[in-house]
Write a protein that binds this ligand. Sequence first.
Ligand code: IDP
Length: 160
Amino acid sequence: LRLGKFLVMNRRERTFTAIKPDAVHRGLVGEIISIFERKGYKLVGLKLVLPDRKLAENHYSELRDKPFFPDLVDFISSGPVVAMCWEGKDVVRTARKLLGATNPLESEPGTIRGRYGIDIGRNVVHSSDAVTTAEREIQLWFTEHELVDWDPAVARWVYE
Ligand code: IDP
């Protein structure tokens, strides 16, 4: 029973994933959501946002000293952005794999950036790089009230 409880807790990992403005303009929203859904992850938060500069700067605060930071903030705050919270086993690391490398030149062809991106500054999607980052980013983009706790009927066909 204890083991079972651990396994259930394990499935509760959450990440923050965002569809960047380039992908929204290009009509890739459904496609990208589909990739996470079909993988088996559970959507617990979803909204279309026009982020202000403060939110964009805060989100990328670790990069504030990079030369591309002002352009990055301009781009993200140009919106719209689809903000999402996905839940499931190892979702933080797996989401990064689904996205592919930051620079589309290096992303594998089967990944989201590998399939849909060319330039590093228009790389289609974001997803938190670690569990601690995910906690910070989920709090930054969502209120607790906006995150929905639900049990997918198919869970026993996704997890052993
Ligand atoms: P990540 O998005 O894969 O986590 P980070 O290094 O955190 O990568 O960079 C955040 C975002 O900043 C990238 O997704 C990309 O859009 C942009 N970026 C990173 N490096 C460059 C660069 O050298 N030129 C322009 N934009 C960049």
